[in-house]
Design a protein around this ligand. Structure first.
Ligand SMILES: O=C(CO)COP(=O)(O)O
Length: 256
């Protein structure tokens, strides 16, 4: 019922020229993605803003979706340096990440701001990929689930999914990002199940049943199948391992 989603978050890597080569090589390495895509797994790439027109040009008509790593909480206006959800939608973006832990940590993004970004993204027809997850101190204090659900509640303030809008949740434990440490498949599944339970209370069973919950944090080809085996884990948000055509292709294979 839920098609798994494997999304590559490139963070602040690659130039537009490098992206052009990468997209071409990736489609060549994945013939099934050149046309309508693979039925078993949805693939998306989330490069930084200046690379999105390149993605739109090269990935249009393929089975690979694209999206942004952030979006403004504002609509059009005098907001220097911001990028409006409508601008992303016009570039064919399907997704916009909101609340990545790097933005929460380095730019002090609050749950309220993340919620405002999610609402704006949805108003423009984008699907937010809303990131949540505990730091090592909360996990060690036995508060991982409580912390993550509280963060999720705050980050969904005012978000409504009554009329079929879509939302993706990404559980990314901060201590697992870029560290080579992953949550065990059991811990990832337990958190995903807790998140689904929260979604059922907040939005109802039907929304909870159709909403995809991803895991992120040091995913690589060797651990993809095991992490995705959890019944509530519906895909992955991949950082470092999405930068190389070979490793991301191997993960698409493992996920599909
Ligand atoms: O932050 C992440 C994806 O958004 C995960 O990054 P890594 O896969 O590099 O650990």
């Amino acid at each position: 019922m839920r098609t798994p989603l494997l999304a590559g978050n490139w963070k602040m890597h690659k130039t537009p020229s490098e992206a052009r080569v990468w997209f071409a090589e990736f489609l060549e390495a994945n013939p099934a993605l050149q046309g309508g895509g693979r039925a078993a797994v949805e693939v998306a790439l989330l490069p930084s803003f200046p690379l999105l027109p390149v993605a739109a040009e090269q990935l249009a008509g393929s089975g690979v979706a694209w999206g942004a790593q952030d979006v403004s909480a504002h609509s059009f206006g005098a907001y220097t340096g911001e990028v409006a959800a409508e601008q992303l939608a016009d570039l064919g973006c399907r997704y916009a990440v909101v609340g990545h832990s790097e933005r929460r940590a380095y730019w002090n993004e609050s749950d309220a701001l993340v919620a405002a970004k999610a609402r704006r993204a949805m108003e423009a027809g984008l699907v937010p990929i809303l990131c949540v997850g505990e730091r090592l101190e909360e996990r060690e204090a036995g508060r991982a689930v409580a912390f993550t659900l509280e963060q999720l509640a705050g980050s969904l303030e005012g978000v409504e999914l009554a009329t079929g809008e879509e939302l993706v949740i990404a559980y990314e434990p901060v201590w697992a990002i870029g560290t080579g440490k992953t949550a065990s498949s059991g811990d990832a599944q337990a958190m995903a199940a807790a998140i689904r339970g929260f979604l059922a209370e907040r939005f109802g069973e039907a929304v909870a049943a159709r909403t995809r919950i991803l895991y992120g944090g040091s995913m690589k080809p060797a651990n993809t199948a095991e992490i995705l085996a959890g019944p509530d884990v519906d895909g992955g948000l991949v950082g470092g391992a999405s930068l190389e055509v070979a490793s991301f292709s191997a993960m698409v294979e493992a996920a599909g």
